[in-house]
Ligand binder design. Structure first.
Ligand code: SF4
Ligand code: SF4
Length: 98
C-alpha cells in the first residue's frame, strides 16, 4: 500500500478564495516575540503552510487562500493570537473527489 503525501492529498481539494481573509493575526508584535519564545509553531502545525514568517518585513504572512479549515490554529497558537472563523458562505475549500 502506498501512502499519499500531504501535497497529494491537498491536490484533491479546490479553493474559492474570498477577497477578505477569514484568518486574522491579532497582534503582530506577539508573532515577533514568538520566534524566541515559542519558535513560531504555526509554521509547522498548519498542514497547508498558510503561515510563514517574513524576515525582511518582520511580519507573519497569512496565505489564507490555501486554508483547509482544519481549525488547528484556533487552539495551537500558544498566544491565542489568531482570530479564526469559517470563510463566508460560498468561499473556502471543497473536495474534488468523493
Ligand atoms: S504561533 Fe501564534 S503568536 Fe506565534 S507566530 Fe504564529 S500566530 Fe504568531
Ligand atoms: S485552519 Fe488549519 S489549514 Fe487553516 S490556517 Fe489554520 S491550521 Fe492552517
Amino acid at each position: 500500500m502506498t501512502r499519499e503525501t500531504i501535497e497529494q492529498k491537498l491536490y484533491t481539494l479546490k479553493f474559492k478564495a474570498d477577497q477578505e481573509s477569514h484568518l486574522v493575526v491579532k497582534d503582530m508584535q506577539k508573532c515577533l516575540e514568538c520566534g524566541d519564545k515559542w519558535g513560531r509553531p504555526c509554521e509547522a502545525f498548519c498542514p497547508a503552510n498558510v503561515y510563514e514568517w517574513q524576515v525582511d518585513s518582520q511580519e507573519l504572512a497569512v496565505r489564507f487562500e490555501g486554508c483547509v479549515e482544519c481549525g488547528s490554529c484556533r487552539i495551537a497558537c500558544p498566544e491565542y493570537n489568531i482570530a479564526w472563523r469559517y470563510p463566508k458562505g460560498g468561499f473556502g475549500v471543497t473536495h474534488r473527489l468523493g
